[in-house]
Design a protein around this ligand. Structure first.
Ligand code: NAI
Ligand code: MG
Length: 479
């Protein structure tokens, strides 16, 4: 196991005299473990350790050597995938199978970025006679990674993976409700042989450890995934230190289903994209836009699927687990109550199993019909297992509705018409558009990030390496 302490400079530590944070198990609402509560002092130490690593052993490594360490970490994550899955299931409440898939994706991120570490080339640029000009990619330096609680393993894999590959040294602040897999990955990184200080982890509250980290003058880049509200604070903190930030702020992602679509193929995607991880997914397909002529058929089939969903403790590994905490539970139930009060019909509803512990944070997955595009349920991110069906007339109508929110993270298009596929793919305001699929099963290789209120910057895929490094132009006059 590991100690639920901060990992700083290769050592496990905590601030003296500071009481730890009590973490609850969302499946039963009971105490799960205590984690260290970091603040300015821990963050100062972690940033200094990361800078020392850059100035020392970590900064001396060849790109290929960094890649080899990452391959070793990837292999260790795979070896420990069952343990990691159990920890994330307990912390987050996600069903075990989903947690296991996240552990495997995490390993794949370290493998993908390990392989990429020595493959991002600079350029040579034709210039004046007697000059040779080149660009080189360099790390930013110390990078901060503020991680949410919904997909800790995947988000650490994607952001820390790309940052380490480019030679940055990282300080990670996991979500206060779900820090265990971050710490476990830190332990595995030490086993893999990463030099001390290359990867530091400070646990704690957002307003304390998170705020101290995002405003630290020693940090040269911030990667943040979470709420719009905190994203704005992060961008302001970045502005104070004039450093780049990558913001991934969730969405209200639409799936557009046309009358000519292969409904049998679409159905599992339409359901899963809204209930995976109890709907607490930035890219959740939470708006279902259906063409009039097939509306009744499609909502009927989705209602049947919702009615068959079983909700229960993470370790029972049913379709849906609890949501993360009491606050999120109240928030999601508030959306549901509000939608019911406004007269929206409930078309389908999952069942909370009878032996689900009373104290757990359970929400029955709920499928609403006849949602108007300007309803709160069609505009705001619920971050819970709630799906809103919206009718549309034609392609122009569908596009207008799809683009009619403040968000722009992901969109799905279901149609057999090739020209329409391309027209919509180009016109939808989203960082990723999926045609006749959704989410592409994780897509470690696929650049990911938002337009509009969903944020900016790209993580995942090769493109992330540009964000986690900077370009330097070197002009040599050899006349
Ligand atoms: P949050 O944005 O507060 O938490 C995300 C991370 O930011 C956590 O590590 C947290 O400790 C940290 N943080 C919080 N305040 C901070 C601050 N002042 N400075 C620096 N770091 C700070 O999200 P929260 O409150 O857990 O969830 C609220 C809503 O945010 C959700 O209902 C959902 O709509 C959205 N959200 C979206 C996510 C996504 O994947 N895009 C992930 C988590 C939440
Ligand atoms: Mg918050």
């Amino acid at each position: 196991m590991f100690d639920p302490l901060h990992l700083i400079d290769g050592e496990w530590c905590a601030e003296e005299g500071v009481a730890p944070i009590q973490v609850l198990n969302p499946s039963d609402g009971q105490p799960l473990l205590e984690i260290a509560r970091g603040g300015q002092a821990s963050v100062d130490k972690a940033v200094a350790a990361a800078q020392n690593a850059l100035d020392g052993d970590w900064g001396q490594l060849d790109a290929a050597e960094r890649g080899s360490l990452m391959f070793r970490l990837s292999a260790l994550v795979l070896d420990h995938a069952d343990k990691l899955a159990e920890l994330e299931a307990l912390d987050v409440g996600k069903p075990l199978k989903q947690a296991k898939a996240d552990a495997i994706a995490c390993a794949r991120y370290f493998e993908f970025y390990g392989g990429a570490a020595d493959k991002l080339h600079g350029q040579t640029i034709p210039y004046k006679n007697g000059y040779t000009v080149m660009t080189v990619r360099e790390p930013h330096g110390v990078t901060a990674h503020i991680i949410p609680w919904n997909y800790p393993m995947q988000i650490i894999g994607r952001s820390v993976g790309a940052a380490l590959a480019m030679g940055n040294a990282c300080v990670v602040k996991p979500g206060e409700d779900a820090s265990q897999t971050a710490l476990y990955i830190g332990k595995l990184a030490l086993e893999a042989g990463f030099p001390k200080g290359a990867l530091n982890i400070v646990t704690g509250f957002g307003g304390e450890a998170g705020a101290a980290l995002s405003s630290h003058p020693g940090v040269r880049h911030i990667s943040f995934t979470g709420s719009t509200e905190v994203g704005r604070l992060i961008q302001k903190a970045g502005a104070e230190n004039t450093i780049p930030v990558t913001l991934e702020l969730g969405g209200k992602s639409p799936q557009l289903v046309f009358a000519d679509a292969d409904i049998d193929a679409a159905l599992p995607f339409l359901v899963n994209a809204s209930i995976q991880n109890a709907g607490q997914t930035c890219s959740a397909g939470s708006r279902l836009l259906i063409q009039d002529s097939i509306y009744d058929e499609v909502v009927g089939r989705i209602a049947d699927a919702f009615n068959a969903l079983q909700v229960g403790p993470a370790l029972q590994d049913l379709n849906v687990g609890p949501v993360i905490n009491a606050k999120q539970c109240d928030r999601v139930k508030g959306f549901i109550a509000d939608a019911k009060a406004s007269g929206l019909p409930v078309l389908g509803e999952g069942k909370i199993v009878s032996d689900a512990p009373d104290g757990g944070f359970y929400v029955a997955p709920t499928f609403f019909g006849e949602v108007s595009p300007d309803h709160r349920l069609a505009q705001e991110e619920v971050f819970g297992p709630v799906l809103a069906a919206i009718r549309f007339k034609d392609e122009a109508d569908a596009l207008r509705i799809a683009n009619g929110t403040k968000y722009g993270l992901v969109a799905g298009v279901w149609t057999r018409d090739g020209a329409r596929q391309m027209r919509l793919a180009r016109k939808l305001e989203a960082g990723q558009v999926f045609v006749n699929n959704y989410g592409a099963g994780g897509g470690v290789e696929l650049p990911f990030g938002g337009m509009k209120g969903s944020g900016h910057g790209r993580e995942k895929g090769f493109e992330a390496l540009y964000g986690f490094s900077t370009s330097k132009t070197i002009a040599v006059n050899h006349n």
